[in-house]
Design a protein around this ligand. Sequence first.
Ligand code: 13P
Length: 251
Amino acid sequence: MRKPIIAGNWKMNKTPSEAKELVTALKPLVKGASCDVVVCVPAVDFAAVKEAAKGSSIKLGAQNVHFKESGAYTGELSAKMLKECGVDYVVIGHSERRQYFGETDETVNLRVKACVAAGMTPIICVGEKKEQREAGYTNALVSYQTLIALEGLTDKEVAKAVIAYEPVWAIGTGLVATDEQANETIGVIRKAIAGKYGKATANKTRIQYGGSMNPKNVKGLMAQSEIDGGLIGGASLKAEDFSKVVGFDKE
Ligand code: 13P
């Protein structure tokens, strides 16, 4: 059985004082959660979140990592830097990074390898655009994005990685994939992993859904057999909303 993982992706939101406030409010609300709880926050918030999350099971995540160990890469952060700040998870290849910052499948793979080598867990984002779904390319595209991102990892590392299936058309739009659509595409991703790394490995890899997931639709999505969690944008910015997503299995 795969343990569900609910991760908030704050994107470019929350100053350190706001981060402290949010995590402080979140802490009692997610106590006793049955899933892994992660908040992926701007790097300037790492210290505040780490401090505020003390004594809870809330894990710290970053939103990107550079693939070089060090050097003349102004503005970038290495895996070693993140690790030393207490980061456990790193969102890699988010569609916003692919769309606005020119990230490619190849650089996503380099980032994944750097992240894993430093002992952190990648949350690898894949997903199709609206026109790609309409043209019938979804399955081929998400399979390719997933396999190239994982290239060079061992079976064991693949089993520990997290994939986030985020249809681009569902991000921040209020349009959510139907439970069946999300389940089906995540099944396709798992099949692609099984084809290369074996069924036993694919059955361990956790695959989240992301895209307008919220307290109202989380139950239906999480009831699907292939969906192991969520990557939450907008609804992760309020403690009450996020805690309701985390508590999807409670009344
Ligand atoms: P929303 O939940 O705001 O649609 O964002 C999803 C997302 O991009 C998480 O990474």
